[in-house]
Design a protein around this ligand. Structure first.
Ligand code: PHE
Length: 324
């Protein structure tokens, strides 16, 4: 049997094509193959010997099968580049997955893009002016305490929300406007089940001549329906943000309860004035979505910390092949 094995490996090393490999396979483990014939002869052996020889033979057969399978992959890999019309092989092992925050963000951004929002980006390190002052939050304003800010040594800060994107965009574009962004925001919060010092928001806003709360409501309804299904219902509850007037919080009816999901409102006239847009001619709406919150509700995740620990058992659940 040692000889048989040695002979097989010598023959295998000479194989150059898939056809040759198939012939070799038939010669050893095919219907009339050398190993197959030995296996058939087992029944002539005395019982103890039959078991011993049988297990060695079967192990050799398994080994040959595996080695041939591997060699076939190698040969196919080698011929593939020469024929670009061959279909690709789907590799499942070792393929990564999108993070659930990214999945939810992409879904929301897709809806916004389809409605004509331009998707842009803003920096994570912001000026006090963009993050607060121009958003109608002056130095003395108590609303600065609503968002515990992380200041850097140079007087800049880590943005506490994505709303400075509105300011940057409105400073560099003239209305009518419709834009959105996705990114990290930072607050001096401790970790617990529902808080993280870094989390993600999607900011969207529009400025035009006849923008109403109706447009805002319709837009947010489209997002919520795309993520939670056509039956999802939204409720607008009065709230307060210095940069919107009126301001509202949106709750979503999901699995039998109202869940607070995002902040929004009509852009405050002072904000428009601050970026040189005439509030008598133009009006706008804005909203800020907590992406973690959406993801937690959508996937039934009870602790926000799961998003940042990168436990593969958690992340694997979001692999493409698990998508429905
Ligand atoms: N920036 C607000 C926050 O982070 C959310 C918001 C955005 C509210 C836009 C209204 C309009 O809490």
């Amino acid at each position: 049997m040692e000889d048989l094995k040695k002979e097989f490996y010598e023959r295998l090393s000479a194989v150059k094509t898939v056809a040759e490999l198939d012939a070799l396979k038939a010669e050893y483990i095919g219907k009339k193959g050398k190993i197959t014939q030995q296996l058939k002869r087992l029944k002539d052996l005395p019982p103890e010997e039959r078991r011993r020889v049988g297990s060695v033979l079967n192990a050799l057969k398994k080994e040959i099968e595996a080695v041939i399978r591997e060699r076939r992959e190698d040969l196919l890999d080698r011929i593939k580049p020469s024929d670009p019309t061959l279909p690709g092989r789907l590799r499942r092992k070792g393929v990564g997955a999108l993070h659930p925050i990214r999945i939810v963000a992409n879904e929301i951004l897709k809806v916004l893009e389809n409605m004509g929002f331009e998707i842009g980006e803003g920096p994570e390190v912001e000026t006090d002016e963009n993050n607060f002052t121009l958003l109608n939050i002056p130095q003395w304003h108590p609303a600065r305490d609503m968002q515990q800010s992380l200041y850097l040594n140079n007087g800049m800060l880590l943005r506490t929300h994505t709303s400075p994107f509105q300011i940057r965009y409105m400073k560099s574009h003239r209305p009518p406007l419709k834009a959105a962004t996705f990114g990290k925001v930072f607050r001096a919060d401790d970790f617990d089940a529902t808080h993280s010092p870094v989390f993600h928001q999607i900011e969207g806003f529009a400025v035009d001549r006849d923008i109403s709360i109706g447009s805002l409501k319709w837009t947010l309804e489209q997002i919520v329906k795309a993520l939670f299904g056509e039956d999802a219902r939204v409720k607008f509850v009065p709230s307060y943000f210095p940069f919107t007037e009126p301001s509202m919080e949106v709750s979503v009816w999901y699995r039998g309860e109202w869940l607070e999901m995002l902040g929004c409102g009509m852009i405050h006239p002072n904000v428009l004035k601050n970026v040189g847009i005439d509030p008598d001619e133009w009006s706008g709406y804005a909203f800020g979505i907590g992406v973690e919150r959406f993801a937690m509700v959508k996937y039934g995740i009870e602790d926000i910390r799961h998003f940042y620990e990168n436990d593969v058992r958690f992340l694997r659940q979001f692999r493409y092949e698990n998508w429905v």
